[in-house]
Design a protein around this ligand. Structure first.
Ligand SMILES: Cc1ncc(COP(=O)(O)O)c(C=O)c1O
Length: 336
């Protein structure tokens, strides 16, 4: 399949527009010198929509779906420092839809800082709940959606697989964008690294297979789910393929994935992620975040040091954003 054919399929999906794309694909000269590889960064931290991140692309498709379904409000929820929820609140504000956020009460919900502060600023209706990430929080969102329906509202609830598969479609397009930029800039990547245990990695992997890309997408997980994540990512990719009307299908074997850099748990910093965060900041003047991109970049650094990325290879690191959380992690950052 050609990029153009794949892009035509993406273009058929209902969509809202706000992402500042294409985002730059930049060289990281100082880190390249230091690591002995050619390292580039894809700046999806610069997508706009209230401070950027991968969700700006994804929400174009989920909100496209919400509008097509006639929604008059949205319900989302995750950890208190969720980037998805912050950008969802921004998207809803832009479209004049009410945004209800069911957020986990956790170590980063008091004092109100970072993404949570921005949720309030963006006008979201926030409820903090004592629910674990995963099934419990999903249930809380669905239940809140039912309450709204009983009041005569038409909520679009960010729960289940549909919005996730549509989010993956955004990164099918993101992958095409990367390939186009590689051609224009004379870059021949040996690997693309990203922080993902879900839609972003699934969409990239789907596009890589559909387009027969000569390099792997390496997804580094920020979280350990209680199920086989490779299987689930392949499933997300296959649902996205159905939405796109393409024949490509993935199995778990198509997903290059590791949970080795999560550390103790999701959202808790590791020694290695702090090192990665400071290295990127001090060598390249680029900010990573404490829960996602710093862990993925720590994984990339470890792959260089262990030889899994060989000297002289060309690697692209996809920066998926998340920096507002830095302000909620002031104590953990140990920068003073
Ligand atoms: C900054 C950042 N990077 C990566 C991810 C992973 O995205 P996905 O679940 O689409 O794979 C998230 C998701 O919340 C995120 O906020």
């Amino acid at each position: 399949m050609t990029r153009q054919t794949l892009q035509t399929q993406v273009n058929q999906l209902p969509r809202a527009r706000w992402a500042h794309i294409p985002t730059p694909l930049e060289e990281l000269p100082n880190l390249s010198r230091q690591l002995g590889i050619r390292l580039l960064i894809k700046r999806d931290d610069c997508t706009g929509l209230a401070l950027g991140g991968n969700k700006a692309r994804q929400l174009e498709f989920s909100f496209g779906d919400a509008l097509a379904q006639g929604a008059d409000c949205v319900v989302h929820g995750a950890a208190s420092q969720s980037n998805h929820c912050r950008q969802c609140a921004a998207a809803a504000a832009k479209l004049g839809l009410a945004c209800f956020l069911v957020l986990r009460r956790d170590a980063y919900s008091t004092p109100v800082q970072g993404n949570l502060l921005l949720d309030y600023l963006l006008g979201a209706h926030v409820q903090l709940v004592d629910a674990a990430m995963g099934a419990e929080l999903e249930q809380a969102k669905v239940q809140f959606g039912e309450t709204l329906k009983a009041q005569g509202r038409k909520p679009y609830v960010f729960a289940g697989m549909r919005y996730t598969a549509l989010s993956a479609c955004a990164y099918v397009e993101g992958f095409i964008e990367i390939l186009d930029q590689c051609d224009a800039q004379g870059v021949r990547p040996d690997a693309l690294y990203v922080c993902s245990a879900g839609a972003t990695g699934a969409g990239l992997a789907l596009a890589a297979k559909a387009l027969n890309a000569p390099f792997p997408v390496v997804s580094i997980a920020p979280i350990r789910w209680g199920y086989d994540t490779r299987e689930r990512m392949a499933h997300i990719a296959n649902m996205a393929a159905e939405f796109l009307g393409i024949a490509t299908r993935l199995t778990a074997e198509d997903i290059h994935f590791t949970e080795d850099y999560v550390g103790e748990e999701y959202g808790k910093v590791t020694k290695e992620c702090l090192e990665a965060l400071k290295l990127m900041a001090r060598q390249e003047g680029i900010l990573l975040d404490p829960s996602y991109t710093s862990k993925a970049f720590a994984g990339l650094l470890d792959h260089v040091r262990s030889g899994r990325i060989a000297a002289g290879q060309t690697v692209i690191f996809l920066h998926t954003g998340g920096m507002p959380a830095l302000f909620a992690y002031d104590k953990e950052l140990e920068v003073f």
